[in-house]
Design a protein around this ligand. Structure first.
Ligand code: KG4
Ligand code: ZN
Length: 334
């Protein structure tokens, strides 16, 4: 048949994931094993612990993805894998599993950029309409990307320091919330008010870059000052004030880019796209402008392999295949 059925693997951080995707959008199976419980007590992802969990889990996850799809390897068209960026030891587990699978079953091997995966998560639910702008917000990334066509990625803005999710997790830690703190801060902020007027880091005019470390420090300093004076700080107000600042900056920069690049479609993806304040803000801004907005379901916002399979479909069309010397890469241009 003409159908392209791709088995895809993702192990760039703390989820071991394998999915089988037909023609870039139809999900035949999608298995995600999270390691979060193991990392919680350290307050963040420990790379060596992550690698070891991936080693333990990867073959089970691949077998499960095949059995849930009711498939044998002979029915597949290719195997795809996240090549980076990510934790190098973690990436290598997925890459080596994909290489072995490719070699054993004589399948083409497709390397996929992790951020391309986050963008193409949207394709699991609807067609991408070009030109478009994509905002990727996760624990490791904050990027604004312009795409004039499939697989054409122009990074027009990125963070100069902390990723948004990282800032969320650090603020959560000072407030005393468990890791990963983003969802907790989000929940708490719904009960608070924006009383602190934290800075909105817009940087120099015309720049689409982001910076969140100053904002994070402002929050931490405020909490310390209150503590020193022996005063109670209302956590929900800190959460709300921080979130308002983040949402304001992300929305303003993204909507400016949408206007300057004259696009009709805005994509938002990555773990922080689960944020309720951010979703509401984009929904209302896009509605005002008559702009098409896509934000994946929560399970496709956070790391998964289905998104890797969605991106891999287009790479397959272009015969963008890797040989068995494929290596993991920590920093790569998209
Ligand atoms: O995409 P992801 O699962 O992993 C990375 O590639 O980093 O993103 C995880 C990040 C964490 O920092 C987490 O705190 C954040 O996304 N996050 C949120 C929310 N849900 C997850 N941040 C703010 N609000 C949320 N609702
Ligand atoms: Zn990610």
């Amino acid at each position: 048949t003409q159908d392209k059925i791709i088995l895809s693997i993702e192990t760039s951080c703390d989820e071991t994931a394998c999915s089988i995707i037909k023609n870039g959008k139809e999900i035949l199976s999608n298995v995600v094993v999270s390691q979060i419980e193991s990392h919680k007590r350290f307050g963040g992802v420990v790379p060596e612990v992550a690698s070891r969990h991936h080693v333990e889990t990867i073959t089970l996850v691949i077998d499960q993805a095949l059995s849930e799809a009711g498939m044998t390897p002979r029915e597949l068209s290719a195997v795809a894998v996240t090549e980076g960026p990510g934790l190098i030891g973690a990436l290598l587990v997925g890459i080596n599993a994909a290489k072995a699978f490719s070699f054993a079953h004589d399948l083409p091997l497709i390397p996929v950029h992790h951020i391309a995966g986050h963008i193409y998560a949207n394709q699991l639910e609807e067609e991408l309409e070009f030109p478009l702008v994509a905002l990727i917000v996760s624990g490791g990334h904050t990027e604004l990307i312009y795409m004039k066509d499939h697989l054409s990625f122009e990074v027009i803005g990125e963070t100069r320091d902390d990723a948004v999710g990282e800032a969320y997790d650090k603020v959560a830690r000072v407030i005393g919330l468990p890791y990963p703190g983003g969802p907790h801060v989000d929940r708490l902020s719904a009960e608070g008010e924006d009383t602190f007027a934290f800075p909105r880091p817009y940087l120099e005019p015309g720049s689409y870059d982001f910076s969140f470390s100053g904002l994070k420090s402002a929050v931490i300093n405020t909490i310390h000052n209150y503590k020193q004076k022996g005063q109670e700080v209302k956590q929900e107000d800190v959460a709300r004030s921080f979130q308002e600042s983040v949402v304001d900056v992300l929305t303003k920069k993204t909507m400016d880019a949408v206007q300057q690049y004259e696009v009709n479609h805005l994509l938002v993806a990555g773990g922080v796209a689960a944020n309720r304040g951010l979703r509401q803000s984009f929904e209302s801004s896009c509605e005002k402008k008559g702009l098409k907005l896509s934000i994946p379901q929560l399970k496709f916002c956070t790391d998964n392999a289905a998104m890797i399979g969605a991106a891999a479909y287009h790479l397959y069309q272009k015969e963008h295949f890797a040989s068995l010397d494929l290596n993991g890469r920590n920093f790569i241009d998209i």
